[in-house]
Design a protein around this ligand. Sequence first.
Ligand code: DGL
Length: 284
Amino acid sequence: MSDPRPIGLFDSGVGGLTVAREVFRILPGESIIYFGDTAHVPYGPRQKEELIRFAREIISFLIAAGVKYIIFACGTNSSLTLPLIRRDYDVPMIGLVEPGAREAVQATRNRRIGLIATEATVKSGAYQRTVRRLTPESEVFAQAAPRLVPLVEAGLSAGEEARRAVFAYARPLKEAGIDTLILGCTHYPFLTPHFREYFGPDVRLVDPAAATVLEAQREVERLGLINAAAGAPRHSYYVSGDPAGFVSAAQKLGYHLENVRRLQLESLPPEKAWRARPPQAAGG
Ligand code: DGL
């Protein structure tokens, strides 16, 4: 059995590219369709109802475009919308919270775990609950960092302003004595050099992307959805804002993207028309 259909990923902007690169590494035979909702970035300060509406529109588009599996390449959506909407769709989906929390729990020695993420992710309590469920004696120290996503989107992640912002947000976490820090927003791995500089070698930085994609790989294999065909995979990128801005922000982060097209969410047909068809039965 081989299933050539693409895997869908989505985020508010370039952050999900940190998850896409793990897909390229761990699942090199798979094609992807990536959606960056750049008309609505940042997601962090938005309300749950609005985020649910965006997520449903994006998922409907990805399903209509023929994806076989969806990775929520966004910490905010993984925390907030995935648990509420996944049961409405037949296409299997995964988010970052469970794999990220598990990795952090395995890494910590003093059971003091830091979380840095968007306001919406911190407020949702998703990581805090998951860590406590896995290890009730762990403490989670959470810090919202609203200035970081706009800096990464503006292509300024390497600059002094981003460095200072990271240091300021990281300070209370260092004072709390954490030994492990979850990078709970997919934009933040682009700021890893600043986090590393501030915390030094003794604090373990957990980017949930690799653990999430490894779990996705196991699920895709179990469901008989792997693409076993020879030949190069095809990747396409859609953004709801200006494609040129996305391409140039991505370029500054080391990604040379082709096939970037604009797709306005508002122009999508109503969701019912885009509902999923069940995945084809394995072995059929
Ligand atoms: N990269 C997303 C996340 O992981 C969205 C951040 C934002 O747009 O505020 O949370």
